[in-house]
Design a protein around this ligand. Structure first.
Ligand SMILES: [Zn+2]
Length: 255
């Protein structure tokens, strides 16, 4: 939160919610202009609380937040968008939970402008309420989250030789974060097969607005293949991120 303001009003999406003290809740919320913030909703677990109904997971809430010593303090909360289908439908809710967790894990708690990622999460929750092909919604979310978090997969040129990628089966490297052509693949280890049809789908999702993607009829095995590549890359990045956090912590202890 900016040091200059003692209180601010913001739109916020609830990423995480846990019990805190006797009657409070600690919320992790995602905001467009301040990024990720932990806020305390005091008395939110009392049956008489007026705030309790407004702090459901994966809802968009208009909040007045006061700066506290360790956390923000939630002073007012008003529901803007309940995304009801995410609570009524188990599968839609599970995907929403996954999207919220990825936003949580790919962002730090520094105060920063995150409006692009905020808008992506907001529209993804909306799509998870409305669309039929939820896997398409989630793959689209993943590929754009990666771009906004600084890990845009390179799908247009070979990351070793930098020549344009040909329309044929390729390889993907988690370490290099992109496509490696057949010619350069021999010199590199740890490569994942990237069939041409999967590459085409990923490229289309990366460069197109969702309105152009939503009408695609994606076969189940192609869906599985796109998931294999993106989820594999995300898992790799998160493990490496955790390792680097560990490493920094160890260095700090030693010095
Ligand atoms: Zn190459």
């Amino acid at each position: 939160m900016a040091r200059t303001e003692r209180a601010f009003r913001t739109d916020a999406i609830i990423l995480k919610r846990r019990d805190f003290n006797e009657a409070d809740r600690l919320l992790t919320v995602f905001t467009p202009k301040h990024g990720k913030i932990d806020v305390i909703a005091k008395g939110a677990r009392k049956p008489t609380s007026t705030k309790a109904g407004h702090v459901e997971l994966f809802t968009r809430v208009d909040m007045l937040i006061h700066r506290g010593r360790d956390f923000g303090i939630l002073s007012q909360a008003e529901m803007v968008e309940p995304f009801l289908a995410l609570r009524d439908d188990l599968q839609r809710g599970a995907y929403a939970s996954y999207a919220a967790e990825l936003v949580d894990r790919f962002t730090g708690s520094e105060d920063e402008d995150q409006r692009h990622l905020y808008n992506l999460l907001d529209s993804t929750l909306q799509r998870l309420c409305e669309e039929d092909d939820l896997r398409l919604v989630i793959r689209y979310f993943e590929i754009h989250l990666l771009g906004l978090a600084g890990f845009q997969p390179e799908l247009n040129e070979c990351v070793i030789g930098r020549e344009p990628v040909m329309p044929e089966d390729q390889y993907f490297s988690y370490v290099e974060g992109g496509v490696i052509c057949v010619r350069h693949a021999v010199r590199t280890g740890q490569l994942i097969d990237l069939p041409m049809v999967t590459l085409k789908l990923l490229r289309h999702m990366q460069r197109s607005p969702f309105s152009k993607v939503r009408s695609l009829k994606v076969a189940s095995n192609l869906h599985e293949d796109a998931e294999r590549i993106l989820l594999g890359y995300i898992t790799f990045l998160l493990e490496r991120r955790l390792e680097s956090v560990d490493f920094i912590r160890r260095l700090r202890q030693e010095t």
